[in-house]
Each structure stands twice: as structure tokens, then as C-alpha cells.
Design a protein around this ligand. Structure first.
Ligand code: UD1
Ligand code: CA
Length: 425
């Protein structure tokens, strides 16, 4: 087991936003949420500390509302990454296990990587392990200084580096695993004698070497995992990277994706083989999609959607909190929300489940049983149930339950006025 410290007190000026940087989202999940989930998904973290500063209240509220095993600690003022970690000292006085330190703005870090990293730390009997990466263009990162026998001697920040040091391509990824009881003393010995006048967390490396500790480096395999968010451009880039990984995984599992560049699928969506996803779909939240389904082009799944096998969700169809049983089609221009839909159902073009009453602000459920046919342009005003086999005529507004095998139709009868046009001419 370990505990984590996640640094999230920095300002994030370049986001130019009133939302704290780590509460920006990818697929509706916050950047900090990705990091906390990655840590928790290792199954090895029993407690997490999030260091907050700028807009601390908002970040603290998010953590409190969403993570039982995380606490926030205020860092005020923010005097550097080393100072940030030292804020956790009073909470960890008697702790003598491992601490994993991460940043709240690197949402692509994978739990498998954290697991491997901690395992490496244990197997190499390290007291301090730093995660590094090899970058062709290492600008702005701290550089890893190694000894001839590959021990990590120091990390030098770009702003403090000599030209020779700047040429080093191994950089500090900003993730550390430390033996807390051996290293905690370092935090009272850090100083601000550097180009930025900050307490550098990176100085624990040199401190460890000076104090006879074993310091090692673990080289990251996939550099994208430590991609940090500093701007809205970075946020879009990270979203694309994450989406590309998800889309690739589904293709490897046998899902047909016609255009990976315009298909968005959240990491929490599962899809079975032989389903085909046409271009320009946006699938967010948690969804379960079966085999042989066809989705899109231009479909929007908004979460809590379950599609059984052989379901068709066509163009300009939006689906939210809805279960659709097998062999059911909603092929065009439709909204299905808060619904349960049986199998062999046909939902005509332009069908709307009117699930929301904006006056009472209450959302209600629509139930459509097996073999129902809904005619085009119908509005099903929830709460409402269309029982097995019933038909709804096109253009109907359904405000009460329809019994099995009945026809419901609210359309005004057709009127034909002979020669009306000629008389007007
Ligand atoms: C840091 C590392 C650098 C590494 C890089 C990886 C130091 C001195 N340098 O640089 O070697 O290559 O990360 O991304 O650690 N934060 C606080 N409180 C503070 C200062 C920062 O919580 O007082 C948080 C920030 O919100 C951020 C993280 O710490 O999440 C990193 O801080 P940042 O200033 O971005 O560090 P870098 O200059 O990128
Ligand atoms: Ca900095």
C-alpha cells in the first residue's frame, strides 16, 4: 500500500479561466479526477492528499464530494513544489510507508504505470524513485543528472541549467515515490537558492544522495502519459490523445470505427465487437454498447446508455440514461432520455421523449415495451408507458399510457378542400 500527495495549488494562469485548472474536464471528468482515479485504480492507495491553493475552496469541494479517501491541504502562499509537499508533514507524522507524489494537471497518467513505478521502487530497494522520460525537445522540464552507474544524482531545472545540462534529453516527469520516514527530514532542509526563488521538490534528489539514500530513476514508456495541461490548447491536445487511445483500443477489440479522427468515445464506454461507429459521433459518460450495433453518423450518447445487441442509433439521434433492448432502431432525428425501450421497437424519425418539465424541474421516465412502433414526429410526454405491440400514429402527442396492441393517434383528421388552390389564383 501507499499514500499519495497530488500537487494542485498552482495558478494555471494560461488557462485564462475562472475555473481552477485541475477542475477543467475531458469527457466531463475533471483533470484531478483522472489523476485520483488512476491512483485509486492501482488498488494500492489507501489515502490521498491533494495540495490546494489557488481557488482552494472549489477544488476542496470537488474532492470532498467525490472522493472518500482524499483530503485537501491548503498551501498558502505557494512557495514551490517542495513547499507544497511539506504541507502534508503534520498529517503524516507517524507514517512510515511509501508516498507517491503526482501533479493534478497530468490527466493521462495510467494506473498500470503507477503500479509498475511503485513496484520498480520496491524491487530496486530505493528510498527515492523519480519517474523520467526521454524527450527529443526537453525544453522547460527539469533534467535528470545520472552517475556513470545510472544512479540519479540530481535534477536541474531548465532555468538553473548550464548549456551542457540543457542538452540532456532525460527529463523529470514530476512523479516520485519516496520512503516517507527516511525522506521527510529533507523538507525542512530545502532552500530557495535557485533561479526561481522557490522551494524545489526536485532538490530532495541531491539531499537523498548526500544523506546516503538510494536514489533511482524509472523511465516512462509512453511520454503522452505525463502530458501536462497549461492552456486550453493543451486541454484539446490531451483530449485528442486520450480519445485516440480509447478508439484504438476499441478497434483492436473488433469494433469498426469508420473515422477515428471524428469519433469521440469516453474511456468509461464499453463496446462489443462488430459494432460499427460512423463518423462524427460523440459518446460521453458511462455506456455499455453490445455487438452488431450501428451508431451514427452524428449521434450523441450522453451517458448511462445501454444498447443491447443489434441496435441502430442513426444520425442526429441523442440518447441519455436509456436502455435499449436488441433489434431496436432509432435511425433519425430523435431524442431518447430517461427511457426503457424494448426489443424489436421502431422509433420513427423525429420522435422525442419529453422527459423534463421545466416548471417543476422534474425528469420522468418513458417506457416502451417490445414490438412497439412509434410513428414519425411523435412526442411521448413522460411519465408514460407504451405497452407491448402498441402503435403510435405519426405526429401524435402521447400524454397517457397506451395499452398493448392498441393504436394511439392524436393527429387532427386530414381535410381536403377540392380546388382550393385554383380558387385562390
Ligand atoms: C516541475 C519540476 C520539473 C519537472 C516538471 C514536470 C520542480 C521544481 N520542477 O516543474 O523538474 O520537469 O514539474 O512537469 O518541481 N504546485 C503547487 N504549489 C506550488 C508550486 C507548484 O501545488 O507552490 C503544483 C502546480 O500546481 C503543479 C505542480 O505543482 O501541478 C508542478 O508545478 P509547476 O510550477 O508546474 O512545475 P514545473 O515548473 O512544471
Ligand atoms: Ca514553475
Amino acid at each position: 500500500m501507499f499514500k499519495s500527495i497530488i500537487l494542485a495549488a498552482g495558478k494555471g494562469t494560461r488557462m485564462k479561466s475562472e475555473t481552477p485548472k485541475v477542475l477543467h474536464t475531458i469527457f466531463n471528468k475533471t483533470l484531478l479526477g483522472y489523476v485520483l482515479d488512476a491512483v485509486n485504480d492501482t488498488g494500492l492507495a489507501d489515502e490521498n492528499f491533494v495540495i490546494v491553493g489557488h481557488q482552494a475552496e472549489k477544488v476542496a469541494e470537488f474532492v470532498k464530494d467525490n472522493y472518500d479517501n482524499a483530503k485537501t491541504i491548503l498551501q498558502e502562499p505557494q512557495l514551490g513544489t517542495g513547499h507544497a509537499v511539506s504541507m502534508a508533514l503534520p498529517f503524516l507524522e507517524n507514517y512510515d510507508g511509501e508516498i507517491v507524489i503526482l501533479c493534478g494537471d497530468t490527466p493521462l497518467i495510467q494506473s498500470e504505470t503507477i503500479r509498475e513505478f511503485v513496484e520498480y521502487h520496491k524491487n530496486s530497494q530505493s528510498d527515492i524513485t523519480v519517474m523520467s522520460a526521454i524527450f527529443d525537445e526537453p525544453a522547460n522540464y527539469g533534467r535528470i543528472i545520472r552517475s556513470a552507474n545510472d544512479k540519479v544524482l540530481a535534477i536541474i531545472e531548465e532555468k538553473d541549467a548550464t548549456p551542457e545540462q540543457k542538452a540532456i534529453k532525460e527529463i523529470n516527469a514530476g512523479i516520485y515515490c519516496i520512503n516517507w520516514s527516511k525522506v521527510k527530514r529533507a523538507f525542512s532542509e530545502l532552500n530557495t537558492n535557485n533561479a526561481q526563488g522557490e522551494y524545489y521538490l526536485t532538490d530532495i534528489i541531491k539531499w537523498g544522495n548526500n544523506n546516503g539514500l538510494s536514489v533511482n530513476g524509472y523511465v516512462l514508456k509512453d511520454n503522452e502519459e505525463i502530458f501536462g495541461i497549461n492552456s486550453k490548447l493543451n486541454l484539446a491536445q490531451a483530449s485528442k490523445m486520450l480519445n485516440r487511445k480509447v478508439v484504438n483500443k476499441h478497434m483492436a477489440n473488433g469494433v469498426t470505427i469508420v473515422d477515428p479522427d471524428t469519433t469521440w468515445i469516453s474511456p468509461e464506454t464499453s463496446i462489443e465487437a462488430d459494432t460499427i461507429i460512423y463518423p462524427s459521433c460523440y459518446i460521453e459518460g458511462k455506456n455499455t454498447i453490445g455487438r452488431n450495433c450501428a451508431i451514427g453518423p452524428f449521434a450523441h450518447l450522453r451517458g448511462d446508455v445501454v444498447l443491447e445487441d443489434n441496435v441502430k442509433i442513426g444520425n442526429f439521434v441523442e440518447v441519455k440514461k436509456t436502455r435499449v433492448k436488441s433489434h431496436t432502431n432509432a435511425c433519425h432525428l430523435t431524442y431518447l432520455g430517461d427511457s426503457e425501450i424494448g426489443s424489436n421497437v421502431n422509433i420513427g424519425a423525429g420522435t422525442i421523449t419529453a422527459n423534463y418539465n421545466p416548471l417543476s424541474k422534474v425528469k420522468s421516465k418513458t417506457v416502451i415495451e417490445d414490438n412497439v412502433k412509434i410513428g414519425s414526429n411523435s412526442v411521448l410526454v413522460a411519465p408514460v408507458e407504451i405497452k407491448e405491440g402498441a402503435n403510435v400514429g405519426a405526429l401524435s402527442v402521447i400524454t397517457k399510457n397506451i395499452p398493448s396492441w392498441a393504436l394511439a393517434i392524436t393527429r387532427a383528421p386530414i381535410r381536403i378542400v377540392e380546388d382550393w388552390v385554383k380558387r385562390k389564383m
